[in-house]
Design a protein around this ligand. Structure first.
Ligand SMILES: [Zn+2]
Ligand SMILES: [Zn+2]
Length: 154
């Protein structure tokens, strides 16, 4: 159940590739955001991003943070995660982080990453493919959230 799906150097290499594709610059601030997200085991809210970045001895400039997150989202490095509260959470794109699911706390809004065993994923995909097919829908991927109460709230 960890976010460490890829080595951080691989994550940056993939990020650089996406930035080049979109003719955008992979600045040190954007790199810092990616470093922090790559080390996290869950999607992070803004305050967590800033706090975790400070422990790397580098300063995450709050003034440009939102703009940098928008750019990271647009080039496909970062994605927003939706929870039961209104607070924005960010994680690395599925393509980089690898396919996973979320445990979502309906009380505090906390989101945890969770990986389902591969055999179960395959069964799930096969079943969902059939369900989608019946509606004439071509399935590309699935998202599945598990809603409940986290260990602090239960
Ligand atoms: Zn909770
Ligand atoms: Zn899945």
């Amino acid at each position: 159940m960890s976010g460490h799906h890829q080595r951080t150097s691989d994550v940056h290499a993939e990020a650089i590739r996406k930035f080049n594709q979109h003719d955008q610059r992979y600045t040190s601030q954007r790199r810092l955001i990616v470093t922090v997200l790559a080390a996290a085991d869950r999607p992070l809210i803004i305050q967590q991003l800033i706090k975790r970045a400070s422990s790397t001895k580098k300063v995450l400039a709050q003034s440009s943070l939102y703009r940098n997150l928008v750019v990271l989202e647009n080039v496909g490095v970062v994605q927003r995660v939706f929870s039961t509260d209104e607070v924005a959470r960010y994680e690395l794109n599925d393509e980089i982080l690898g396919h996973h699911h979320h445990l979502v706390c309906s009380k505090c809004g906390e989101v945890l990453d969770v990986r389902i065993p591969e055999a179960l994923e395959l069964n799930l995909d096969a079943a969902l493919l059939q369900i989608a097919k019946r509606s004439g829908f071509k399935l590309d991927q699935h998202r599945l959230d598990l809603i409940g109460r986290c260990s602090k709230c239960s």
